[in-house]
Write a protein that binds this ligand. Structure first.
Ligand code: AMP
Ligand code: ZN
Length: 462
């Protein structure tokens, strides 16, 4: 079946085929590990996970690399401000690499909780200083970068075209140039690839230009080239990376190899909170932990993210998470009912349902449309093991672990049942076994079971 993705480079949906054989080589810009990832960051990671899973659903194998930025990402995405890692280290009274290790672990923990697959290659910026330095040297040798008293800058005027993703026209832009921090720059759009480290900078490496550290953009160019080659299939990230980070990655690769490093550029839209931006000043920066602390399954957030196409904005509210949590329970229940079903469907019926799901995911990862088929299968009047199998197949893309048991905190237990369970607990503590058994009977009559475990009693729907 034809597979199509929207390519930011051509602003159109294009048919996807790997450049070489059956393997898809893909690069995703990973986290800067100076603070906890938000649920907004996680939306971008979910989009990338769905992309991986859809590629595999179509029979491709993956070589997916994601970087960990642990140096060089400045407070502003331009060339201004402190290194985010060093700033965070100073504020927390730790070493930058301690900060990096701490937040990297937490980042991967969130990925695991969301059942997001770990890319085949995880590459840390500080492990690839040599490759970055060689890239920078190559750019200078080829005349695409020049030295100033503060940094080595990429010379955008040397390219035939700069700004291919976002359609920047350098000539138009020059008149209203950005406020400059470094007046030695030839063009306001020139960006630092290698930065001369100030005396107090902790992370710095010897180079022919003295003690330096890499610019954020060169990290991705050097690491993607090392692991995926000069031209690979797909490059992904959040939309905010288009106008600076990704334009600069393209510029660097064109400078060194004359080629755009990726055939497809794919970008995920933002998660909004109550219709607006997530921001510290508004006190609405949420982490996955906040969702878990409120008693929801973290995968409810993943299911919620499928309610919008990855290229559309998605609005987070707690009501949405509440209903997604309920929907996830329903999906699991539906799976169990089908698993115990005895009906037999024709292969044609099954194929039609599978095809509709497949068409939706192959149309630029249209998860909202794919989910409508998932629900149709879940609610199918006939109950059949074949449909349980089909749901599992769909779950290879959704990644919602629908075959897992419904956990206690996912069961919607009515208040009156909870009160009965508490009364039974008290009766047991008072060794009033007769009363405890009577209450247990009442709970069963109401359609629930109660199991005693070491951790306490668990109530489940019958
Ligand atoms: P940051 O921590 O801001 O550097 O972001 C890391 C990644 O998460 C980038 O690819 C961003 O595009 C993405 N990201 C940040 N905030 C959001 C958001 N609210 N919704 C979706 N993606 C986001
Ligand atoms: Zn990057």
């Amino acid at each position: 079946m034809e597979l199509k993705f929207y390519n930011t480079l051509t602003k159109s949906k294009e048919t996807f085929k790997p450049l070489k054989g059956n393997e898809v080589r893909m690069y995703s810009c990973g986290p800067t590990v100076y603070k906890d990832a938000t649920i907004g960051n996680m939306r971008t990671n979910i989009f990338q996970d769905v992309l991986r899973r859809v590629l595999r659903y179509n029979g491709y194998t993956l070589k997916h690399a994601m970087n960990i930025t642990d140096v060089g990402h400045l407070v502003s995405d331009g060339d201004e401000g402190e290194d985010k890692m060093e700033k965070s280290a100073r504020e927390e009274g730790k070493q930058p690499l301690e900060i990096a290790e701490f937040y990297t672990k937490r980042f991967f923990n969130d990925l695991e909780l969301l059942n997001i697959e770990t890319p085949e290659i995880i590459c840390k910026a500080t492990d690839h200083i040599k490759e970055m330095m060689e890239f920078v040297e190559g750019l200078v040798e080829r005349g695409y970068a020049y030295e100033t008293s503060t940094a080595i800058y990429f010379d955008v005027d040397k390219l035939d075209e700069y700004g291919v993703l976002s359609g920047i026209n350098l000539r138009d832009q020059k008149a209203g140039a950005r406020v400059e921090v470094d007046n030695e720059k030839k063009n306001p759009y020139d960006f630092a690839v290698w930065i001369k480290a100030p005396e107090n900078h902790i992370m710095k490496w010897d180079s022919k230009w003295g003690k330096c550290y890499p610019g954020w953009h060169i990290e991705c160019s050097a690491m993607s080239r090392k692991y995926l080659g000069e031209v690979f299939d797909i490059h992904t990230g959040g939309i905010d990376l288009i106008p600076t980070h990704h334009e600069n990655e393209i510029a660097q690769s064109k400078g060194l190899t004359g080629k755009n490093p990726a055939r497809f550029w794919m970008h995920g839209e933002y998660l909004l909170i109550n219709g607006g931006k997530m921001s510290k000043s508004l006190g609405n920066v949420y982490l996955l932990k906040d969702i878990i602390d409120k008693g929801y399954n973290p995968l409810a957030y993943k299911l919620f993210s499928y309610s919008a196409h990855y290229r559309n904005k998605l609005n987070f509210t707690w009501e949405n998470i509440e209903s997604s949590n309920k929907a996830l329970i329903k999906l699991k229940e539906a799976y169990q009912k089908h698993l115990n079903g005895e009906d037999v469907l024709s292969q044609e019926e099954i194929n039609q349902l599978e095809e509709r799901f497949h068409e939706a995911i192959n149309d630029d990862l249209n998860m909202p449309l794919a989910m409508s088929t998932v629900w149709e299968v879940a609610r199918y009047p006939k109950k059949s093991k074949q449909l349980a199998e089909l749901l599992l197949k769909f779950d290879s893309v959704m990644g919602l672990k629908i075959e897992e048991e419904i956990k206690e905190n996912e069961v919607e237990v009515p208040e009156n049942i909870k009160i009965l369970a508490n009364q039974r607990q008290t009766a047991k503590q008072e060794k009033n076994w007769q009363l405890a058994d009577k209450i247990r009977e009442e709970i069963i009559q109401a359609g629930y079971t109660i199991k005693d475990t070491k951790e306490g009693s668990i109530i489940e729907k019958l």
